[in-house]
Design a protein. Structure first.
Length: 599
């Protein structure tokens, strides 16, 4: 009896050990995914994948899958070991049909794409390299390394340095590279360089994006992720029925479900949370409630309180009711854009807003009465308008204009920083500690900032972005229209970094639409980030006070997802980049449908 009991115990221990080994292997596999796709450390990822294969024990499917992923990492490194490892999977794991099929497809695609990459390299040699050498190497070389970046690398090796080149693509799209005042290539050269770089980056990532069915979620899991993304709750009966039929991943069915879910009132949580994070609308609270933050020092709270009290004396209209009205206007506008499935770029050009009587009087817009908000077409004469309204789009909203101002005066710098973050997806760093304080001394903000920008310590950065903020000097620190500042006529002229000039918000908005591709890329990446439930960046509260617009922009840890973002945009183009088209693309994307989401 004792022998039998001992045998049973040994058997249970062996079974326990056998089950523990795959668990360790799964943990290693997850770590490898993070190293590969979030950290971009391909060598470490390869080592972890190969260790996973060794630790997998009897789980030959996991071992084969790990080796396929390791081979894909070798591909990114342009290593011939990729083909060898695929062949090893085919030879050593013949019973793992899915992984063998994937390895065979990769081998075939490697041979086919070689000619494509050769052509892309030739195109880059003729388009990208001359532009980089003529306009960029003077600053971005191994000796100077402006911005910590050297571009003295072969442009044919874009796939090996995707993090760097994705940053270059974003800068080229926004025309912030080369910097203002430096010689610049013609627009056609910009367009050709961006196209060539994106093609090379997408080709480099294409093979790695081909996942086996075992690495993707089921229709039922997709329904759950969709409802969590758009409703923050469980799927309803209609969505579950579509999933049970096995057709939820069909684009037509998926599009129908997405449009239904966006039109449903349950999407209100998604709309509010996403735009609060994207446009930093939650920071509007700091305009009035900054002194309640427990993390701040007493000295900082006292300074904020003093500034706030001075601001209240200058702007007696500013109270809790007005702040809530401004927020409500923007929230209703954003909700209408999504629910009506408008083109995404209309956020900046829409010729309507939502007002009640107090807010209409505040904006000097007639023919609105009563406390209830209603949709109002924007025109000072009470009629309709197209894009020639000063308040058209988000940039005419008092909420945006207030949170991008100081307590006392407007701030072209803060308004430009907000634009760079939310439109172009380019974070602007905080100033160094030695930066001098802006001295107004009874002068207009324009004069003070112009003098500030001519300071040698400040000009290199501020001449890049301050001119964009000047476009909104006609709006005061709490969003009212004005024509003078410190008894001087408002000068709302400026220029984009490529030299295109504007005067006032109407001309600025027209010029801004030339950079629409930057915004489309930025908003799509932000949508994907939200859909994957990644945490919003955490910045110290004192930075949020000093730069109330926030600093969250492109997180370079996720540069590997930009090919997926571009695919979403290509698929959404025929539908004029409407919200439903972008959301459908996000839901269909590989990052969203992977079983192992990169945190």
């Amino acid at each position: 009896m004792r022998k039998n009991l001992t045998a049973i115990v040994l058997c249970l221990c062996c079974c326990s050990l056998a089950s523990a080994v795959p668990q360790k292997a799964l943990e290693l596999f997850q770590k490898a995914l993070v190293q590969e796709q979030a950290a971009g450390n391909l060598r470490e990822a390869i080592a972890l994948y190969q260790q996973t294969a060794k630790e997998a024990g009897g789980d030959r499917e996991l071992a084969a899958r790990s080796l396929v992923r390791a081979a894909a990492c070798y591909e990114k490194l342009a290593s011939p070991q990729a083909a060898q490892l695929y062949q090893d999977v085919i030879r050593n794991y013949p019973e793992q049909r899915e992984q063998v099929t994937t390895a065979q497809a990769h081998l075939q695609e490697l041979r086919r794409i070689q000619s494509t990459r050769t052509n892309a390299a030739l195109r880059m040699s003729s388009v990208v390299a001359p532009m980089i050498n003529s306009y960029c190497i003077v600053c971005h070389n191994q000796q100077i390394r402006s911005g910590g970046l050297s571009l003295e690398l072969s442009t044919a090796q874009v796939g090996n340095d995707a993090r760097i080149w994705e940053k270059v693509v974003r800068r080229l799209k926004s025309r912030t590279m080369p910097p203002a005042g430096r010689p610049r290539p013609p627009a056609s050269t910009y367009a050709g360089a961006v196209e060539s770089l994106e093609t090379a980056l997408d080709d480099s990532a294409r093979l790695n994006a081909q996942l086996s069915p075992t690495e993707l979620i089921s229709d039922m899991e997709l329904a759950s992720r969709m409802s969590n993304f758009l409703w923050g709750s469980s799927p309803d009966a209609t969505l579950l029925t579509a999933a049970r039929t096995g057709r939820l991943k069909d684009r037509a069915v998926l599009t129908q479900q997405v449009r239904r879910m966006l039109a449903d009132l349950r999407s209100q949580r998604f709309i509010k949370e996403f735009f609060d994070r994207f446009f930093h609308l939650q920071n509007l609270d700091y305009v009035q409630r900054a002194v309640t933050q427990p993390e701040w020092t007493d000295e900082l709270k006292q300074k904020i309180q003093r500034d706030y009290e001075i601001g209240r004396s200058m702007f007696p209209e500013w109270d809790e009711e007005l702040r809530e009205n401004l927020r409500r206007e923007t929230e209703m506008f954003l909700e209408s854009q999504v629910r009506d499935d408008r083109p995404v770029s209309e956020l900046w050009t829409a010729n309507y807003t939502f007002l009640n009587e107090r807010l209409a009087r505040y904006y000097a817009i007639p023919n609105v009465s009563g406390p209830d908000f209603r949709r109002v077409r924007l025109d000072q004469n009470g009629g309709g308008c197209q894009s020639d309204c000063e308040r058209a789009g988000l940039l005419g909203h008092g909420s945006i204009l207030a949170l991008t101002s100081t307590y006392l005066r407007t701030s072209p710098t803060l308004r430009a920083k907000w634009l760079f973050d939310t439109f172009f997806g380019i974070p602007l760093p905080p100033p160094p500690p030695s930066t001098p304080v802006l001295q107004l001394a009874g002068r207009s903000v324009r004069k003070a900032v112009d003098e500030y920008d001519n300071d040698r310590r400040c000009s290199a950065c501020h001449k890049l972005f301050d001119p964009l903020g000047f476009a909104f000097e006609n709006f005061d620190a709490i969003g009212r229209w004005r024509t003078v500042d410190a008894n001087e006529p408002i000068d709302a002229s400026g220029s984009f970094t490529d030299g295109t000039v504007f005067n006032g918000p109407v001309q600025f908005r027209v010029g801004l639409m030339w950079y629409r591709d930057s915004f489309l890329s930025n908003v799509t990446q932000k949508l994907l980030t939200y859909a994957l439930r990644r945490e919003a960046p955490n910045y110290p509260n004192h930075l949020l006070d000093q730069y109330r617009v926030g600093l969250g922009a492109l997180h370079l840890a996720y540069y590997h997802e930009m090919p997926a973002v571009r695919k979403v945009l290509r698929d959404a183009a025929p539908n004029d980049y409407r919200w439903s088209a972008l959301v459908v693309g996000i839901v269909q994307s590989v990052p969203f449908q992977m079983k192992n989401i990169i945190p």
